[in-house]
Design a protein around this ligand. Structure first.
Ligand code: AMP
Length: 394
């Protein structure tokens, strides 16, 4: 069976068509700038890449363009949409309503709509795509895979904030965590690699958005992102953990309103804000190498925050067996892996610089020289998790 995986952002729609016989990607692509001037679709089948520049007023129009591309006579991947057996949707937020993947029904859509205020940027796009798919691909079974669901096993002491309890009962204020499909996939691969289930793993998903998860015996017990993805690590453009008093202080000093201030903390902060150079770690490494002190500081701050969370999560689990690096930075940035591991040998992690330097890309690599703690690079594959979970539902 072929499963279409849909990952919708507020102005984007990424997709993959996966053949579940051998879990191979048949076609993939992305629509960008939906409802913004200059929208385009980039569609790839094998080595072929087709770009369609056409205005897409909404996610329904984007989806129709994707289905046209997938069934196109010249650069399509299937003869007709009948060959698509099911659709798996990535959905940002499950709140406390779902602990795993669910089928798309009137009822599950209504629950997602109720939870829109918890993800006001992504949830409307996610739901719009689910509805558009239902309309265009009538009768096709569909699954909703939630970014937060893997973290639903956190104990209450980990997910509660130290604010009046009513904020939780009345307004659902708590830590939810994100990047769940990635943490689930790489921790599962790590357990397979180690050949054991009873392991304490810290998974480090380091990309433009970054988060860590503490995964004990296969279950998430803590994670660095919170009520929203703003909490935790210093990221590409997000501040991560910050004293809430800073918000009022910045508003007073700058004259910005609350929306502008949150935009400042989410879009203009992180390593971009510190360095003034870029949110991309390749640019930062280049600038730091040329003597830019703020770029060097940004890299130091990023590594330091990751180190602190690894230490905290080892304490939370009462030990550590494995550290996993994944995401654009975790998989590719050898220097950053070295920076992070430098000083963590007290945990029993013997980082091997040579293995790190020569680690092959696109496959699992082991970076430790003996030691109690395995250090692994595992390429993430969120789309495959979504496709597998959708198939399992059926
Ligand atoms: P992601 O959000 O997981 O796609 O990660 C994207 C980020 O990974 C980029 O912004 C870069 O900072 C980083 N990245 C990707 N490739 C490399 C590389 N070869 N070296 C360093 N950083 C990289």
């Amino acid at each position: 069976m072929k499963i279409l995986v849909i990952n919708a952002g507020s102005s984007s729609l990424k997709y993959q068509l996966i053949d579940m016989e051998n879990e191979s990607v048949v076609a993939k692509g992305a629509c960008e700038r939906i409802a913004i001037e200059g929208s385009k679709l980039e569609h790839k089948v094998g080595d072929k890449c087709v770009v369609v520049e056409q205005y897409m007023p909404d996610h329904t129009a984007a989806l129709q363009l994707v289905l046209n591309a997938l069934t196109d006579k010249e650069h399509g991947a299937v003869k007709s949409v009948d060959e698509i057996g099911a659709v798996g949707h990535r959905i940002l937020h499950s709140a406390e309503d779902f602990k795993g993947t669910v089928l798309v029904t009137d009822e599950t859509i209504a629950i997602c709509e109720k939870n829109t205020p918890l993800g006001p940027l992504h949830m409307p796009a996610n739901i719009a795509c689910v509805k558009a798919c239902r309309e265009i691909l009538k009768g096709k079974p569909m699954g909703m895979v939630f970014d937060t669901a893997f973290h639903s096993t956190m104990p209450k002491k980990a997910y509660m904030y130290g604010v009046p309890y009513d904020a939780y009962t009345n307004w659902q204020v708590r830590k939810y965590g994100f990047h769940g499909t990635s943490h689930k996939y790489v921790s599962g691969e790590a357990r397979k690699y180690l050949g054991r289930d009873d392991v304490k793993i810290v998974t480090c998903h380091l990309g433009n958005g970054s988060s860590l998860a503490a995964v004990k015996d296969g279950l998430c017990v803590d994670t660095s992102m919170g009520f929203t993805p703003s909490e935790g690590l210093v990221m590409g453009t997000r501040s991560g953990d910050i004293d809430p008093a800073v918000i009022e202080y910045i508003m007073d000093k700058s004259g910005m309103d609350i929306h502008q201030t949150l935009n400042y903390l989410n879009k203009k902060s992180g390593v971009l804000g510190i360095s003034g150079v870029s949110s991309d770690f390749r640019d930062l490494a280049k600038a730091a190498g040329e003597g830019n002190e703020r770029a060097a500081l940004a890299l130091d701050m990023f590594a330091y925050r990751v180190q602190k969370y690894i230490g905290a999560f080892a304490a939370a689990m009462g030990g550590l067996d494995c550290i996993v690096f994944t995401g654009g930075i975790g998989e590719n940035d050898k220097k950053m892996r070295e920076r992070i591991m430098n000083g963590l040998d007290f945990l029993g992690a013997n980082f091997d610089k040579e293995k790190n330097e020569n680690a092959p890309r696109g496959t699992i690599a082991e970076l430790n020289d003996g030691g109690k703690v395995k250090i692994l690079v595992i390429p993430t594959n969120e789309e495959l998790v979504i496709a597998r979970e959708t198939l399992a539902l059926l």
